[in-house]
Design a protein around this ligand. Structure first.
Ligand code: NAD
Ligand code: ZN
Length: 360
C-alpha cells in the first residue's frame, strides 16, 4: 500500500447548543430496550445539572463518571468492559464519551474492546483490531487534542504508552458544541490548546507532510495564532474557533505524524505520569533546535497568558529512570522518521535525548 486509505468520523454536528440534539441523534441507534447507551462522563461534571440533565436516559442506559486524575490505562479499559459485560445481557447500543481527550479515548477503547477478545494491551499498536467497534459517539468538552477526530485512542499499558490505531477507532458520530468548553480552567485551556498548536508545528515541519496534511495544519495553525496571540476574538468566537482548530489539527496529523515533542512527552507521561498537554508544553519549550519558529511563537503565547511551567522535573532522576524515558521515546519510530527523516537514528542518540530531558 503506497497511500493510506483511512476512515473519517462519519457524522458530525457543530454549533452552540447542538448538545441538545443528542436524543434525536441517538434514538434511531437503539438496538433494543435491553441494549443500553453507556455514557462515560468526565467526573468534573458530577452534580453539574446544566450538562447532566440533558443526557437522555431511558431503559437501562447508564452514566459512568470517570476521573481524569490519571490518563487512561489498559487495565482500566479492561475493567470497564468486564463490568458492562457482567451488568447487561446484551451488548450496548452505543458508547458515548463526554469530556476531554482522556474520556474520549476511554469511550473509543471501550467500544473496541466490547467486540474484540482478550486484553486491550494486545491491541496497542497499528491495525491490530479485527472486529468493528460498538457504535460510539464523542462529545468534547475541552479543545485541542484532536481525539474527537483521530484514528487512535492513547492508552498507558504495562509495557508502553501507545495508541490503539485502527480503522475501527474513529467515532461514528461527533457532537461539537463549543458551549460545553465554557468552564475550562485557564491553565488547562492553554495546555490542551497547545497540544493542537504542537500538532500543527510537528505536522507542518515533518517529512511526511503532503497537501492534505498541510491544508488542515495551516488552518489550525492560523486559528491558534488568532486565539492565543491576537486580542480580537470574543470569548464565544474563541471557543468556537479552538474547537475547529483541534479538529483541523487532528486531521492534519491523520495523514502525517507528530514529532519530537510528542515522542519526548510520551516518555515523561510513562515514567512520571505527566499529562499529555502540559507534558508537550514542558518539552516543546526546549525544542528550539528542531522547531525554531514554532518554539519562539509558543514562548510568546506562554508569556501573553502568564503561564508558568514546572521546572526541573527530571532533576533527581536516576540513570535507570532516564533510560526508561529514552526507551519509550525511541520506540516511537514513525514520530522520529517524520520529524528528522529516514536517517534519524544517526542524530537522535540516547545521549542527545538525555541532554534534552535533563533540561526539563
Ligand atoms: P483531559 O481529558 O485529562 O482533561 C483535562 C482537564 O480538564 C481534566 O481535569 C478535566 O476534568 C478538565 N475538563 C475537561 N472539560 C472541562 C470543562 N468543560 N470544564 C471544566 N473542566 C474540564 O485532558 P486533555 O488534554 O483533553 O486530553 C489528554 C488526553 O488525551 C491524554 O490522555 C492524551 O493521551 C489523549 N490524547 C489523545 C489523542 C487522540 O488522538 N486520541 C490525541 C492527543 C491526546
Ligand atoms: Zn497531542
Amino acid at each position: 500500500m503506497i497511500y493510506k486509505n483511512f476512515p473519517m468520523v462519519s457524522r458530525v454536528i457543530f454549533g452552540r447548543g447542538s448538545f441538545n440534539q443528542i436524543e434525536e441523534i441517538l434514538s434511531p441507534k437503539r438496538l433494543s430496550t435491553k441494549a443500553p447507551f453507556i455514557y462515560f462522563v468526565d467526573d468534573v461534571f458530577k452534580g453539574n445539572a446544566w450538562l447532566t440533565s440533558r443526557i437522555p436516559l431511558s431503559y437501562d442506559d447508564k452514566v459512568i463518571y470517570v476521573s481524569t486524575a490519571k490518563e487512561p490505562e489498559t487495565s482500566q479499559i479492561d475493567q470497564l468492559v468486564e463490568q458492562i459485560i457482567l451488568d447487561y445481557k446484551e451488548l450496548p447500543s452505543g458508547i458515548i464519551g463526554i469530556g476531554g481527550g482522556s474520556v474520549l479515548d476511554i469511550a473509543k477503547a471501550v467500544s473496541i474492546m466490547l467486540t474484540n477478545p482478550g486484553e486491550s494491551k494486545n491491541y496497542q499498536g497499528w491495525d491490530l483490531v479485527k472486529n468493528p467497534a460498538i457504535y460510539h459517539v464523542g462529545i468534547p468538552t475541552i479543545s485541542g487534542t484532536g481525539a474527537e477526530v483521530s484514528r487512535t485512542t492513547i492508552l498507558t499499558g504495562p509495557e508502553r504508552k501507545l495508541g490503539i490505531n485502527s480503522d475501527f477507532t474513529p467515532f461514528d458520530q461527533v457532537i461539537l458544541d463549543p458551549e460545553l468548553t465554557k468552564d475550562v480552567p485557564k491553565d488547562q485551556w492553554f495546555f490542551t490548546g497547545m497540544d493542537c498548536f504542537v500538532h500543527c508545528v510537528e505536522s507542518l515541519n515533518g517529512t511526511y507532510l503532503n497537501s492534505f496534511s498541510q491544508t488542515y495544519g495551516e488552518k489550525a495553525f492560523s486559528l491558534c495564532k488568532e486565539i492565543f496571540l491576537e486580542d480580537t476574538l470574543s470569548e464565544e468566537d474563541s471557543q468556537d474557533k479552538l474547537m475547529m482548530a483541534s479538529w483541523h489539527g487532528g486531521m492534519s496529523i491523520a495523514y502525517s505524524q507528530v514529532g519530537v515533542a510528542h515522542a519526548l512527552s510520551y516518555g515523561l507521561g510513562y515514567l512520571l505520569g505527566v499529562k499529555h498537554g502540559i507534558g508537550n508544553c514542558i518539552v516543546f519549550d526546549h525544542l528550539e533546535e528542531y522547531y525554531p519558529d514554532g518554539v519562539a511563537m509558543f514562548k510568546e503565547m506562554k508569556a501573553k497568558h502568564n503561564i508558568k511551567l514546572p521546572q526541573g522535573i527530571c532533576k533527581n532522576l536516576s540513570d535507570k529512570e532516564f533510560n526508561i524515558m529514552i526507551d519509550v521515546a525511541l520506540s516511537l519510530e514513525p514520530l522520529w522518521e517524520n520529524a528528522i527523516g529516514k536517517q534519524w537514528k544517526k542524530v537522535i542518540t540516547r545521549d542527545k535525548l538525555r541532554t534534552l530531558y535533563q533540561k526539563m
